[in-house]
Design a protein around this ligand. Sequence first.
Ligand code: FAD
Ligand code: NAI
Length: 475
Amino acid sequence: MSKQFDVVVIGGGPGGYIAAIRAAQLGFNVACVDEWKNSKGGPALGGTCTNVGCIPSKALLQSSEHFEHAGHAFEDHGIKVENLSLDLARMLARKDAVVKQNNDGIVYLFKKNKIAFFHGRASFVKSTDAGYEIAVAGSADDTLVGKHVIVATGSNARPLPGAPFDEENILSNDGALRIGGVPKKLCLIGSGVIGLEMGSVWRRLGAEVTVLEALPTFLGAVDEQIAKEAKKAFDKQGLKIELGVKVGEIKSSKKGVSIAWTDAKGEAKTLDVDKLIVSIGRVPNTVGLQAEAVGLKLDERGAIEVDADCKTNLPNVWAIGDVVRGPMLAHKAEEEGVAVAERIAGQHGHVNFNTVPWVIYTSPEIAWVGQTEKQLKESGRAYKTGSFPFLANGRARALGDTTGLVKFIADAETDEILGVHMVGPQVSELISEAVVAMEFKASSEDIARICHAHPSLSEATKEAALAVEKRTLNF
Ligand code: FAD
Ligand code: NAI
């Protein structure tokens, strides 16, 4: 017999599990189906983000940064570390434990909110008068019927043609997070977010890292000044980033991986490495969903087609997160999940795409919200800018990390903040102030007039806002 629900959520990543919780808070009878398996075959709620994305990558970024600091930065603070060594197995085990805490946390939240969880693959069967019939193929096969369905099936790593992932030599984000020994030589193809974060992890742990990027510009979506500053820092760290390359044949053998490539000048080269991480973007995941069984429409990229409110072409079927248009970010997926649950309840859920922050968790960190100078030039909007370097910030000096700057872009006439761009220490946290300011349509003067604690990195934000009117106090 089928089980009837008001809302069935397919996918238990940050989009799906948050949508399920919000729908349950709003009084709906909710089920969530997720197929992710842990190493023992059991459920592992949290999707890509928790299992092979945001959480494990940040755990390894933290551990590898500690290792690098112990080896290089501590001495400057008068701390001597002798016979420093790496216990990679323990570092990876800690990362796995952090992942498990997050998996377990979601199980707890489902219980607390009385959400029925089904472990297995969900596929559409048919549309009936009672709602959409969904088959779950898992440890116990089930059939669910949902009046509303929220599809949150996420994305998968995009492989390079002719070089499928084997997770031994040619790694996706999954294999990249569990290499059993530090590779002597590592290549990453794609210098996007994963390329830089995972490249940083393994470089800090001792690998010689080369990143091959097809585009001629570094981090093209990032404000040019910020990208330049970041590139300078990565070059200094020894992260070799080759821009404007063309990747050719890739041969994998027991000895490692051989990559044929052509540099920006057209010179043919070969790179022999122990491991290759391919980080050239992700593709929306609708594998096994049987979208065609109910006529759910996909676009030419394979993403589920939705309007601005995450409505699909089918009544009462919604889609959110990485499987639809827009940035592939956990917090964007979460916001869409909340908004859809509220829309199902007849409320006016809203996601402001202009204020979705981006963070790259390298060292220095890179964070931004809103528009870049390039975008504003293209749109013809007049603007003014102000920036402030961490070099002139007392807290940054005390921390021993003065790389980078904060930059404001504001409307030339109204002074409304149009974008805030940062590179430097802990800017992943500092960016929130800029997001709040933009949500409240603040001017740069509003931030410049707010009292910021001293000494704190956030003073750089205030000073950059002051710089818009050319009145910094400490620079
Ligand atoms: P997912 O998290 O992919 O979850 C989808 C879930 O649906 C999965 O559990 C999947 O098994 C399940 N599923 C799929 N099909 C079915 C089916 N038919 N039946 C049942 N279950 C199904 N974003 C950030 O914002 N910050 C970061 O720091 C960050 N770091 C990242 C690091 C890496 C290495 C990677 C790869 C990604 C990172 N991201 C980060 C992106 C982030 O992980 C995604 O944007 C986010 O996970 C998308 O959430 P989602 O709910 O749409 O999909
Ligand atoms: P990405 O889109 O960030 O970067 C891919 C890079 O690969 C681009 O620079 C692209 O020009 C390059 N590329 C594409 N094809 C190529 C080829 N054939 N040869 C060489 N270079 C090529 O994708 P990435 O790094 O795989 O990450 C996927 C997504 O996951 C991100 O876009 C982001 O949405 C999410 N993510 C977010 C993180 C965060 O928020 N901190 C961390 C990691 C991932």
